[in-house]
Ligand binder design. Sequence first.
Ligand SMILES: [Zn+2]
Length: 288
Amino acid sequence: MAAAMDRASPPVTRFAPSPNGRLHLGHALSAIVAHDLARQAGGRFLLRIEDIDGPRSRPELADEFRRDLEWLGLEWEEVPPQSTRLASYAAAAGTLKERGLLYPCTCTRKEIEEAGAVAGSDPGSGAGAGGLIYPGTCKHRPPDPARPAAWRLDSARALAETGPLIWDDSLAGSQRADLSGLGDVVLVRKDLPASYHLAVTLDDAADGVTLVTRGADLFAASHVHRTLQALLGLPVPRWHHHPLLLGADGEKLAKRRGSPALAERRAAGEDGRVLAQQLRLQQFQLGT
Ligand SMILES: [Zn+2]
């Protein structure tokens, strides 16, 4: 762990796709950014398959992802997938519960909306109510045992325990961890032993990731992750949130907008290394 915190060491980065959909150009850019930042500094680039998204997870896609990365000319070390790490998620959640830092929430998305929740910046609870600041309905009431419960981070108690925290983004500079735009995020989902926030924070620590790279759309999540690192005594990496690829209309390139999957480009005979070079040279419109 001490070595992972040594900022003079070559960086360890990772690409962590979920096999619930094919990879597209935006994923390619994320993988290339992580790969190049590690390799340029003599570091390591890891691949981790985030395969715990229940019924949406399609394990056969993991093989397709490996072929996509190879096609782009990238080399990686693969680390264990999330499905092998459920016990570590449960253990961390148990610790946080014992310390009174989590509380059960049985609200549905509809109930959260009806309680007057306002839009926030949480990109990653994956609990059916992402993007809304939870109004705290369940914080002071006993949970209904007949309804499934998610577990939320009591952000006020978390802040009282950690005090002010700083994290560092290589593009945006020094940031003060601030949960006010996210509210009490979900750490344990109703259907899974961890939300994105808890799983990715634990995985990055377990894998020795020292430079967390991802798209700027996940910037706000790092406030949560920095807080979790402090609460759980985990090493603190640096972050690099890269600008997103935008379509010609200025909107985020998403698969639903008709951008072909990397596998389709590959099958059509396109040269992946040329595509990777175009992405490196940013011959695509970039936005933040
Ligand atoms: Zn609730």
